[in-house]
Design a protein around this ligand. Structure first.
Ligand SMILES: C[S@@+](CC[C@H](N)C(=O)[O-])C[C@H]1O[C@@H](n2cnc3c(N)ncnc32)[C@H](O)[C@@H]1O
Length: 273
C-alpha cells in the first residue's frame, strides 16, 4: 500500500470515529434524559413535552456545545443563524426584539451582537424553563442592560399586544405538540407590531428521499412532534390561517430543503387576529 492510501484511510477512520462519537454521545444523553423523565413523578402538562436535557443545568452544560448543535443540524447551524440574523432587517435601531425560547448554541449571542451594533432598544429572551433562562443570562452577561431574560410559556406570552418589532422563533415549533404549535403562531402574531417581522428557523421536508428516510428515523427516536412539520403543519399556511393576516414571506431552504428560514413581515394595515 502506498503512503497516500495509508493517509487517506487514516483520515477516513478519524472522520468516522469522530462522527460515531458524536452520535453515541448524543444518543446516550437523550436516552438517559428520556428514562429520567419517564420515571419522574412530577408531571406538569405545560412542560411534559420537554426533554430533560432542557430542564436540568447538568444536561444543559453537557449539550450546549457548538459541536453538538452543529451535528444535530447537519453542519448547517452557522448558515441558519446567519440567515436568521440577516433577516432582522432593515435596522434594529430603537427596536424591541423578542426571542421565544433560548436554548443551545450561539444564536442569542449573534442576535445580541447585531442589536448592540445597531442600537436596538431591548432584546428580550424567554424560555419556559428557568434553567434555560439562567443559561442564556450567563452566556449574554457581556451585553448588560440590552438584554432582558424572562421565564414564559410561548403558548401564553405575558407581553402586551403589538409590543415587539421583531420576533425570533428558532427550532421551537417542531418541539411542540400540534395544538401548541398553532398557539405559538397566534402568540407571535399577537405580540408583533404591524410592519414587524417574525423570523423562524426550522426543519423542512427534504427533497432527497434518503434524507427524508433518515430524518423520519431520527424524529421517530428523538423528536416525536417534528414530522408534523413535514406532514401537517406548514409555518406559512398556519400564519395565514391562524391570524387572518397576509404576511409577506421570504423563505430560504438549506441542505436539499432539509431546513428553512422563513421571514414573515406583518403588513402595516390588516386584521388584528
Ligand atoms: C430545540 S430548543 C429551541 C431552540 C432555541 N430556540 C435555541 O435558541 O436554541 C427547545 C427549547 O424550547 C423550550 N421550550 C419548549 N416548549 C416551550 C414553550 N412552550 N415555551 C417556551 N419555551 C419552550 C425548551 O425549554 C428548550 O429550551
Amino acid at each position: 500500500m502506498t503512503m497516500q492510501t495509508d493517509s487517506f484511510l487514516f483520515f477516513i477512520s478519524i472522520a468516522a470515529a469522530v462522527l460515531a462519537s458524536i452520535g453515541i454521545y448524543f444518543f446516550i444523553i437523550t436516552r438517559i434524559s428520556i428514562i429520567v423523565q419517564s420515571r419522574s413523578v412530577k408531571s406538569d402538562p405545560d412542560t411534559a413535552h420537554i426533554y430533560w436535557i432542557y430542564k436540568s443545568p447538568f444536561f444543559i452544560s453537557l449539550m450546549d456545545r457548538m459541536f453538538v448543535v452543529s451535528s444535530i443540524l447537519l453542519l448547517q447551524y452557522n448558515k441558519l443563524v446567519s440567515c436568521v440574523v440577516k433577516r432582522l432587517n432593515p435596522s434594529l435601531k430603537g427596536k424591541r426584539i423578542l426571542q421565544i425560547s433560548c436554548a443551545f448554541g450561539n444564536i442569542s449571542e449573534k442576535i445580541a451582537e447585531r442589536c448592540a451594533e445597531q442600537g436596538a432598544a431591548e432584546f428580550v429572551l424567554t424560555d419556559i424553563m428557568q434553567s434555560e433562562v439562567d443559561n442564556a443570562q450567563k452566556k449574554l452577561k457581556k451585553f448588560g442592560k440590552l438584554c432582558t431574560f424572562l421565564k414564559q410559556d410561548a403558548t401564553k406570552l405575558e407581553f402586551e399586544d403589538q409590543s415587539f418589532d421583531y420576533v425570533v422563533v428558532f427550532f421551537l415549533p417542531h418541539e411542540l405538540p400540534f395544538a401548541k404549535k398553532g398557539m405559538l403562531i397566534e402568540e407571535a402574531n399577537r405580540v408583533l407590531k404591524p410592519g414587524g417581522k417574525i423570523v423562524f428557523g426550522e426543519f423542512h421536508k427534504p427533497r432527497l428521499k434518503v434524507l427524508e428516510i433518515l430524518g423520519r428515523i431520527y424524529f421517530y427516536v428523538f423528536e416525536p412532534y417534528a414530522t408534523e412539520m413535514w406532514d401537517e403543519f406548514d409555518i406559512v399556511k398556519a400564519l395565514e390561517e391562524k391570524t387572518g393576516n397576509h404576511y409577506i414571506i421570504e423563505k430560504n431552504t438549506f441542505l436539499f430543503d432539509n431546513f428553512q428560514v422563513v421571514a414573515a413581515e406583518r403588513p402595516q394595515f390588516q386584521n388584528q387576529a
